[in-house]
Design a protein around this ligand. Structure first.
Ligand code: PLZ
Length: 443
């Protein structure tokens, strides 16, 4: 790998936020809509490898990757190189007007990387929500059916259709209805919170029974699920849940859509989280990690489903923008050459070991879960499983003050999630985990 662009160190030179960030926050209040939030009130100046450096010169260890986007690190060399070259050549023609090679090359990579040996096609978009919307359009066109099944705790985006598919009301849906119709919610497998122990297969049958009775098997266009839920709190269904759902879809003629927007591109220790149980989804949605920070998303799937849509039925001005495609090709190249899936597994082992240590000393840690470099802890009031969102908020705030960027998640806001860039040097990972342990000590 090329030299990291920035000193890979945690460094605090002012209070957090520092004076320059405070001044930007003042300007922001006057012109930026209040509905757009930020986790940390520091303003970024540079970022690279495993750190984000703010305008005051503070360097934060990054356990967030911009919400699972910069898997290859920020400003990764092959991404920067490809983007520079592409910007110099042309920035946009619109693939629907004058196509270009980068789009085709990204679809070739997707055909090779997405699970399954079948013939595949892809269509490219700008954001995760747009990919999910298009997966639903494709499933409806291909099946001639309407109903969409999503799950408890799901997150699929903030557009009208994807808001309907997203489970959590505040902040995502509150006040924004009415929502799109024909979206139905099924119960998930959430091992930590099952009232009685139930296998993955049994949890799948519970969901299937509800779908068959309340939606009708013959009405289901698609079942959409995150193999490990992201915003929902890194909920990993019990083994057997996903395979049974996929099998039911096949039996019923419904399209099985894996939303791999947060889990994809080496994050969980495989190229895609579906691989863990050998699932071959009919359609896969990707975004985030695909392009090293540039906006790009895709729907990839069985040729006969994808090609069921009439010519001109899919598109958008910027979908598969050439600069974003160039970035994706650089990011994928680096994931391959640096074996980032393997690296994610190593990060996962280090994080899980450190978190188990923390759990032994702090009963507030109810559950540790996730896979690869996508690990979370669910915090509860000791002695039971009552969610403790306040503890999550306080730990996150302490980490931020100490120079470690962490994110929260979960339906109850009581989950701390860790998503370091997969290129993070070991010493930063260790320092971050020590800071986290320190924050639990102070709680
Ligand atoms: N599907 C599984 O994780 C985006 C959202 C952050 P977009 N998750 C981060 C926020 O609060 O807006 C996400 C996801 C899964 C779809 C999406 C949507 O992707 O690129 O944000 O539209």
């Amino acid at each position: 790998m090329s030299e990291p662009l920035l000193a890979q160190e945690r460094r605090l030179v002012t209070e957090v936020p520092g004076p320059k960030s405070a001044e930007l926050a003042r300007r922001r209040r006057a012109v930026v809509a209040a509905g757009v939030g930020s986790v940390l009130p520091v303003y970024a100046e540079r970022a690279g490898g495993g750190v984000v450096v703010d305008v005051d010169g503070n360097s934060f260890i990054d356990f967030g990757s911009g919400i699972a986007v910069t898997n290859v690190g920020n400003s990764a060399e092959p991404v920067v190189r490809n983007v520079r070259e592409q910007v110099g050549a042309f920035t946009h023609t619109c693939f629907m007007v004058t196509p270009y090679e980068g789009y085709v090359a990204v679809c070739e990579e997707l055909a090779a990387l997405v699970p399954g040996g079948h013939e595949k096609r892809s269509a490219l978009f700008n954001s995760g929500a747009e990919a999910v919307e298009n997966a639903v359009k494709i499933a409806r066109a291909a099946t001639g059916r309407n109903a969409v099944v999503a799950f408890d705790h799901a997150y699929h985006g903030r557009t009208n259709l994807t808001m309907a598919m997203t489970a959590k009301s505040a902040p995502y849906k509150q006040g924004f209805g009415p929502f799109a119709g024909e979206v139905y919610r099924a119960p998930l497998s959430y091992p930590y919170r099952e009232p009685v122990e139930i296998s993955g297969k049994e949890a799948a049958e519970r969901a299937i029974s509800l779908i068959e009775s309340q939606v009708g098997a013959g009405n289901v266009a698609c079942v959409v699920i995150e193999p490990i839920q992201g915003e929902g709190g890194f909920i990993e269904p019990a083994p057997g849940f996903l395979p049974r759902l996929a099998e039911w879809c096949q039996e019923s003629g419904a399209v099985f859509v894996a939303d791999e927007i947060q889990t994809g591109f080496c994050r969980t220790g495989d190229w895609f989280a579906s691989e863990h149980e050998g699932i071959v989804p009919d359609l896969v949605t990707t975004a985030k990690g695909i392009a090293g920070g540039l906006p790009l998303a895709a729907v990839t799937g069985r040729a006969e489903l994808m090609d069921a849509v009439h010519a001109g039925g899919l598109g958008g001005t910027y979908g598969g923008n050439p600069v974003a495609c160039a970035a994706a090709l650089g990011a994928i190249e680096l994931m391959r050459s640096e074996r980032l899936a393997e690296r994610a597994r190593g990060i996962g082992e280090a994080m899980s070991a450190a978190l188990r240590e923390i759990q032994r000393a702090h009963p507030v840690v109810g559950d540790i879960r996730g896979r690869g470099a996508m690990i979370a802890v669910e915090l509860v009031k000791p002695g039971g499983k009552v969610p403790d969102a306040e503890a999550a908020k306080r730990i996150a705030a302490d980490c931020h003050r100490e120079g470690l960027l962490v994110l929260t998640a979960g339906t109850y806001g009581n989950v701390l999630r860790f998503l370091p860039p997969l290129v993070m040097p070991d010493h930063l990972l260790r320092e971050g985990l020590d800071l986290l342990a320190g924050a639990f000590e102070k709680l």
